[in-house]
Design a protein around this ligand. Structure first.
Ligand SMILES: Nc1ncnc2c1ncn2[C@@H]1O[C@H](COP(=O)(O)OP(=O)(O)OP(=O)(O)O)[C@@H](O)[C@H]1O
Ligand SMILES: [Mg+2]
Length: 397
């Protein structure tokens, strides 16, 4: 065993771990320069005392939306500080963090300018009056609402924003809305839609070479020179691009791979492979944790079938797809072994749909099978991880 002294002597392969954290905002955002320019050009008119157009930013998860807007806010803040433009206000909030209604959003914003509102119990009308007063003082507010799709009464919010701009003589309120979903747009009133989407920007997912550059930037800042092999970076980039181009996932893999390789003093492809397993396992754990017990047993059954199938030497060219009926049969068997009452087949179909929505399984419908029109089910994550995680839970029961 290594002595503690020895351990401490060993130089870490990390130079600055902070830059690998998901909260770190890099000063350069490669492949977002054009987006930044567009947004800045639109928002910068506020510095002349004009109202910027509302912007809506859409892009899949991990495409740099939040980082980009925070980067922009930082730059505008710096600029206005040097010019002493106190009446320009940049406010960022994430709706998922409790601010999921018009009232909560407006109160949150106004509280930061009128501390007396901290005492709770003010109604919407009062908060609205404060907003009018605030703008009438000549303030121009740019409000960023991240994950705006979770706002329950978005039509009302957009209506209020439009109305307040009409009502005030001085000042203005503009919105930057951000979301990784688009479905909510359909449910919006056409009027609020056109108001919220005055400017629209799409952030595309990153491809492998883009991810490589993003990773290289972090490797340079976060690791000691030369400890991370190019092969490791390429592998992370390739795997991530193949999955969904989510830079957050790539950075998670990089950090994990760094931890895996720390002991050996370098990060290579084998450490990336270990990191993938461990990250996948964490993600599965997260998802499984929230499932009701019967659904866990169902997932467990599919994992068991997948594992058994792997070991079989018979012809299985279906990539581990199972007939839905077979899965149900196996599930009821597992329930009996565990002395649990299996759910009816109607519930079973519902469960399968939910598991698919969570990405834990995937399924296809086929009309060509020997049994006619049928559903084929396949596990979406590693069976070993699922079995380990659920067995642990079942034992605790
Ligand atoms: N162009 C880029 N250059 C460097 N790092 C980036 C870039 N784009 C994204 N990242 C990094 O990837 C991670 C995810 O980015 P971010 O949080 O901005 O994504 P998002 O689009 O807001 O995702 P979500 O929809 O899930 O909220 C962050 O750690 C961020 O620093
Ligand atoms: Mg985000």
């Amino acid at each position: 065993m290594e002595s503690i002294e020895k351990l401490l002597e060993k130089p870490s392969i990390f130079k600055d771990r902070r830059v690998l954290s998901p909260h770190f905002i890099p000063s350069e955002l490669p492949y977002r320069e054009e987006h930044i320019k567009k947004i800045l050009r639109n928002l910068a008119v506020v510095l002349r005392g004009e109202k910027p157009r509302n912007i809506f930013i859409y892009g899949k998860t991990g495409t740099g939306k939040t980082s980009t807007i925070k980067h922009i806010i930082r730059r505008l803040e710096e600029f206005k500080q040097t010019k002493g433009m106190e009446n320009i206000k940049m406010f960022y909030l994430n709706s998922r963090m409790m601010y999921n209604s018009r009232y909560r959003i407006l109160t949150k914003v106004m509280k930061s300018y009128y501390p007396e509102l901290e005492k709770s119990g003010f109604g919407l009308t009062y908060v609205y009056e404060k907003l009018v007063e605030f703008l009438e003082e000549g303030n121009h507010l740019v409000l960023t609402i991240d994950e705006i799709d979770v706002v329950k009464d978005l039509d009302d919010l957009v209506y209020t924003i439009t109305r307040v701009n009409d009502e005030v003589e001085k000042g203005s309120l503009s919105v930057v809305g951000i979301s990784n979903k688009l479905s909510f747009k359909q449910n919006l009133d056409p009027r609020s839609r056109s108001s919220l989407f005055e400017e629209e920007l799409v952030f595309p997912p990153y491809n492998a070479s883009q991810l490589k550059k993003i990773l290289m930037q972090r490797v340079e800042q976060g690791f000691v020179k030369g400890v991370v092999s190019e092969g490791a970076i390429s592998l992370i980039a390739a795997i991530t691009a193949q999955e969904n181009g989510d830079a957050r996932y790539a950075l998670k893999l990089l950090l994990k791979a760094g931890e895996e390789g720390e002991e050996e003093g370098r990060v290579e492809e084998k450490h990336v492979k270990k990191a993938i397993e461990s990250v996948e396992h964490d993600l599965a754990e997260e998802a499984i944790k929230t499932l009701p017990i019967n659904q866990q047993i169902l997932l467990y059954s599919i994992a068991k079938m997948t594992l058994a199938n792997k070991k079989m030497t018979t012809l299985t060219n279906d990539g581990n797809y199972f007939f839905s009926g077979d899965v149900y049969k196996y599930y009821t068997k597992v329930c009996k072994e565990l002395e649990k009452k299996p759910k009816s087949s109607r519930w079973y179909r519902e469960y399968i749909n939910e598991l698919e929505n969570l990405g834990l399984i995937s399924s296809i419908f086929t009309g060509k099978g020997i049994r006619g029109h049928t559903r084929l089910i396949k596990l979406g994550i590693s069976p070993e991880g699922v079995i380990k995680s659920i067995e642990k839970r079942l034992k605790r029961e």
